[in-house]
Design a protein around this ligand. Sequence first.
Ligand code: OAD
Length: 238
Amino acid sequence: MNIFVLTGAGVSAESGLGTFRDKTGLWTRFDPMKLATPGAFALNPDEVHTFYNLRRRNLLEASPNPAHVALARLEAELGKRKSRLFLVTQNIDDLHERAGSQCVTHMHGELLKARCTACDAVGSYIDDLGVDDRCPHCGQPGSLRPHVVWFGEYPLHMATIDEALQNTDLFVSIGTSGSVYPAAGFVKQAKDQGIRTCEINLEPSDNAALFDEAYYGPASQAVADWVEKIIEVVTPAR
Ligand code: OAD
């Protein structure tokens, strides 16, 4: 059984990383058009760096929660049974990896990496970023930006994601409001291909009507319970 899992901010909420659209979410307190677009960065790089520097520090202090751990276990268990978990995240944190997931596709980039706008090199970057920093690869000053996808930019790895979606038996959406495309369109794409769909979220998402099954509750519990159920289903009877 091949399973495609899409995660969003809700999977990391209990690790202390903010979501975007909940009552206290990041985008209800900050204007994304002033902080998360190429135009905003061109106009005010200091402010954009400060925003992402705070998020990076927050991430470095956070730890994976039981939902991340359960998904890492699912990847390992499916791997033992000639099956596959394809894990795509909209999150820019590295909590799936720190929980033990071996293969994570970050469609919105990674907060602990920087990209050089002069030479395109992408590398690990855990310190604060500043407007005068030099690219460690080409030495150009002032050319580094967070390796994250901003509004108006195209998400990463879309061809790989599309291929995985076409080769899955089950599509599962976890902790995402289903309001940002193209990720919000994956469930419709899966359904149109006759693939079974499942949602795990605190509450029904914008796309709730498109899911064949749904589990509502905090990810730390709901994902852990669902993973145990799936492992039972894919384990041959003795
Ligand atoms: P949202 O903030 O839009 O949605 C988070 C979802 O998680 C909501 O449906 C919540 O109900 C749910 N949630 C909150 N706490 C939860 C918990 N403990 N357990 C389970 N679910 C919980 O975040 P995303 O859908 O991830 O993009 O947002 C998508 C994209 O919008 C982000 O990747 C980001 C943002 O703008 C970029 O920055 C490009």
